[in-house]
Design a binder for this molecule. Structure first.
Ligand code: ADP
Ligand code: MG
Length: 696
């Protein structure tokens, strides 16, 4: 049997408990262990002189104990000063025992390892690992870097290191098992090492030059593995795209009534579709006439008018006799879609319903029955739509708005929803998060992409300024004059991401302050912890201009559309990503009037923060902003790592490995055409055999 596919249970030191813990990390067979790559390394290959230490580095030091004391001040601690020929530093223990006090007697020679920081008495290490050296000539350095692996509770680095070591040994006995699937020409051109070599190097780097290059992130072995991992992710999505072609989809072939309905729909609109909208609509129309499910992503900057495009697609489904589901990431946005769709379809005989967790009892039952029996044409809601036991009579189209809020896995899972027999509905997903082309290749390789690259006519660019919070008074004064001009204003309170509660509190406080400071201005508040009906009422009031100033948390980030609101103040913009700020700012500048965005930061602003806010001030183009952000901070922000389901990698780091992205698609195609048998093993290797990557 292939040893790579054997259980890790065959290794010494891996008992039932360890087996269970490894499984939690997705490690079942030897191969999983080999591809469980280190997060980082500890460098014990050299002893640092105390004078050469820098704060933040983890270092190996050899020195003699000079004095040792138990300090009762504050938290009780054992403090030990050590010295070598170059300087003195402190070792500090908060957990210690009497024995330790005895062992570390003045004059004792020890080696210690830990992260250096700056304390009261100069450089210190808290809770270092240490060892008493009986023989001054003792060997304390190691020949290779010590890998630090991702762990799970109860599993130690030592156990894992031992297991990996054995796995590598087994692997070396049969190197032919570790098959290199990357095209040879590609490996040669890049001067990449073989897979086996790369793996060995990463687990136990021993050459000083290698160590240096590894730490600077440009070691070929590292790059090679990162590339393979990115490729595996790309292949997973491409496979999903290919498989979709084997499914049947309803064909929205233009019935006689369809043309008339479209004409009626278009004449009912208060504006003419832009060229870009028409082009994207045509692409969708072609897709929906094919007997395979459409998988299309519509990318368009904020305010480019994606909603109407999706409504048009809905009309195609409806006139062909199919139902439509519209899913939005927030209730607020779902409610707005309900309003828009109801308005656009008001002269059509189409029942549109809204489903959230809050529709209950009899009403819910009736709604679900109407849906199951086909009386409902369009159902709009949040992702609850698909978590519920909702059944359709004939679902033909799923529209997913602001898809970046949903992760890759959620997207793949959604495919199966609404399947009837071997028929699958068409899918239209929309996002305003502009992703540089190279990244899109990776993240969206399962989708066809349409881009709305034109804003509706008459839009004026948003004038953005970056100002310190000290000028709050001036800003409040300006609100007064804007409101006198009948303009509406957003004031966005942002706080630390994780705490919605705190963010809401901050917004409540700000609302109070602004209400007092601006007696003639009608102020309202909206935040994520309000009941759906309350939020709806506030939004409605703002839309009807019964409210002048809307204080909000980032709940209004996506989608919200009130064209008369032309001014936005964003507090603490330095805490948000550029793409998110661009989204937020996109709430203004939606009409033909001039519009403003004030980024009100807390001083002092770091250099990089200043640069980032500058990008936003100087550009209104989401793609340009995303590209620049990518340069400055790496793609985490752009791809939304803070969102659930974003891609996570074992070794690839998109910020570091951006240069690899350009070749992913090409090599992926090569494998598809020349070596399709490699897809499965590559995905198994990097995504884990348990991952349902290929969509069953
Ligand atoms: P987004 O792409 O950000 O979702 P929306 O679909 O919310 O944008 O559209 C933004 C605003 O532009 C809405 O008020 C919408 O009615 C309006 N709009 C859409 N298309 C056009 C158009 N072709 N001409 C003028 N206004 C348009
Ligand atoms: Mg939108």
């Amino acid at each position: 049997m292939n040893v790579l596919q054997q259980s890790v249970g065959i290794l010494t030191g891996v008992g039932a408990q360890t087996l269970y813990r490894l499984e939690k990390l997705g490690i079942r067979v030897i191969q999983d262990l080999i591809f469980h790559l280190p997060l980082r390394y500890e460098d014990r290959t050299r002893v640092y002189p105390i004078r050469g230490l820098l704060v933040g580095m983890s270092a190996l030091i050899v020195g003699r104990v000079e004095e040792i004391d138990i300090l009762p001040r504050g938290r009780k601690s054992l403090v030990c000063k050590i010295t070598d020929d170059t300087g003195v530093m402190t070792l500090k223990f908060f957990h210690f025992n009497a024995n330790q006090h005895n062992i570390l007697k003045p004059g004792t020679l020890i080696s210690c390892f830990g992260e250096v920081r700056y304390g009261f008495g100069g450089l210190e290490i808290i809770h270092p690992e240490y060892q008493v050296l009986l023989n001054p000539e003792a060997q304390v350095t190691e020949t290779s870097l010590r890998p630090v692996y991702p762990l799970t509770e109860g599993l130690s680095q030592t156990t894992l290191r031992k297991a990996v070591k054995q796995a590598l040994m087994l692997c070396h006995q049969q190197p032919e098992l570790l098959i290199d699937y990357l095209p040879e020409a590609f490996l040669t051109k890049r001067a990449y090492p073989s897979l086996a070599d790369a793996i060995t190097t990463l687990h136990a780097p021993d050459d000083p030059l290698v160590i240096q290059r590894l730490q600077s992130g440009n070691l070929p072995a590292l790059k090679r593995l990162a590339f393979e991992e990115l490729l595996a992710h790309h292949l997973r999505l491409s496979v999903s795209k290919n498989k979709a072609k084997h499914w049947q989809a309803p064909q929205f072939l233009g019935a006689d009534t369809q043309a008339a309905a479209i004409a009626q729909f278009l004449t009912g609109l208060p504006f003419k579709l832009t060229g870009a909208q028409q082009r994207v609509i045509a692409e969708i129309e072609v897709d929906c006439q094919l007997p395979q499910p459409m998988m299309r992503l519509v990318q368009g900057d904020v305010g480019s008018g994606k909603t109407i495009v999706s409504a048009y697609a809905a009309l195609l489904a409806l006139t062909a006799g199919y139902q439509v589901a519209v899913m939005a990431p927030t209730e607020l946005l779902a409610e707005q879609h309900l309003r828009n769709f109801s308005h656009w379809f008001k002269d059509f005989d189409i029942q549109i319903v809204f489903l959230t967790g809050q529709v209950k009892g009899k009403a819910r039952k009736e709604l679900l029955a109407d849906l199951a029996e086909g009386r409902v044409g369009i159902i709009i809601g949040t992702h609850a739509l698909f978590q519920e036991t909702v059944t359709f009579k004939q679902l033909g189209l799923i529209i997913i708005d602001e898809q970046h809020r949903f992760g890759v896995n959620q997207r793949l899972a959604l495919r199966e929803k609404g399947q009837q027999g071997n028929l699958r509905p068409h899918q239209l997903v929309m996002t305003a998060t502009p992703i540089p082309r190279t990244l899109a290749m990776l993240q969206y390789s399962d989708l066809d992409i349409s881009i709305i690259d034109e804003l509706p006519p008459g839009r004026q660019p948003i004038v953005t300024s970056v100002i310190p919070a000290e000028r709050r008074e001036d800003v409040i004064e300006r609100i007064n004059s804007w409101v006198k001009k009948r303009r509406q204003v957003y004031w966005v309170c942002t706080l630390i991401e994780e705490s919605e509660v705190l963010e809401c509190e901050a917004a409540e406080k700000t609302t109070e302050l602004l209400t007092q400071a601006l007696p003639e201005v009608r102020v309202a508040l909206i935040h994520g912890r309000m009941k759906s009906a309350e939020k709806e009422a506030v939004m409605q009031a703002f839309k009807l201009h019964e409210v002048d100033l809307l204080v909000a948390t980032t709940v209004i980030e996506v989608g919200v559309d009130v064209p008369n609101a032309g001014v936005m103040i964003i507090e603490n913009p330095e805490r948000l990503g550029l793409s998110q700020l661009h989204q937020l700012r996109g709430r203004v500048g939606r009409g033909s009037d001039d519009s403003y965005c004030l980024l009100m930061y807390q001083s002092p602003l770091s250099d990089i923060a200043r640069q980032r806010l500058g990008i936003l001030r100087d550009s209104n183009d989401g793609f340009v902003i995303a590209e620049k952000d990518l340069e400055l901070r790496g793609p985490g922000e752009v791809m939304g790592t803070r969102q659930t389901g974003a891609m996570t990698f074992k070794i690839a780091d998109l910020a570091r490995d951006t240069d690899l992205l350009a070749s992913i698609q090409q090599v992926g195609e090569h494998i598809f055409n020349q070596a399709p048998h490699a897809i499965q093993p590559l995905c198994d290797r990097w995504l884990g055999a348990s991952t349902d990557y290929a969509e069953v």
